[in-house]
Design a protein around this ligand. Structure first.
Ligand code: PA5
Ligand code: NI
Length: 185
């Protein structure tokens, strides 16, 4: 079977075997994501931790094709607000997405207009992101990374600006050994 026709989740190394594209997001890439923006900025100037890694399998960006990516979202907080992905809306309004949780604990935040929903992510949960909903994941555990694989249409595209106008309505903070969901901006 040619390499292009399969991938595998490498559990040992927490990555996507046969991936052909890779992305790393550090605190310096997450401007404006956390309530404590100034603290994020200072942390970025100092240790500048990696917040998440994305291992992607590419495909032709045409109708009918599908993309896949494994996200490894590391544990940590910015002043008690858990590490999260930037979050985006799909450019194509009719493109949904599926997340399959492979490890860790977290929340998937979903946003459409003023409406916020969330799905608890833990191993074996399969979350459905309907077309039109913005999506962001949060690692709610300091014990280890939240790991999930995403599948979505190749023509979806990602809009990272729209969350500035239609921000995620909830934020997730550390509380004792768990989390609390607070109001967003
Ligand atoms: O396709 C997706 O929605 C995910 O694979 C995300 O791209 C990934 O989790 C990284 O998040 P973001 O694209 O918001 O930086
Ligand atoms: Ni997406």
């Amino acid at each position: 079977i040619p390499a292009g026709f399969f991938t595998a989740f490498d559990r040992q190394n927490s990555l996507l075997y046969n991936a052909d594209d890779y992305e790393e997001r550090k605190l310096s890439d997450l401007q404006g994501c956390f309530v404590a923006e100034e603290i994020r900025h200072q942390m970025a100037l100092q240790e500048n931790k990696t917040v998440y890694r994305v291992y992607k399998k590419t495909a032709p960006l045409v109708a009918g094709e599908l993309l896949q990516a494994v996200t490894v979202l590391f544990p940590g907080t910015v002043n008690g607000e858990f590490f999260m992905t930037r979050g985006h809306y799909h450019i194509h309004p009719k493109c949904a997405e599926i997340f399959f949780c492979l490890g860790g604990r977290g929340l998937l935040l979903l946003q459409k207009g003023n409406e916020t929903k969330w799905v608890e992510m833990k191993p074996d949960v399969i979350a459905y992101i309907p077309a039109g909903w913005g999506h962001r994941t949060v690692n709610t555990s300091l014990a280890g990374p939240l790991v999930f694989i995403a599948f979505w249409p190749a023509v979806a595209g990602q809009n990272y600006q729209r969350r500035l106008k239609e921000p995620f309505g909830k934020r997730v903070f550390q509380a004792d050994r768990s989390y609390v969901i607070g109001d967003g901006d």
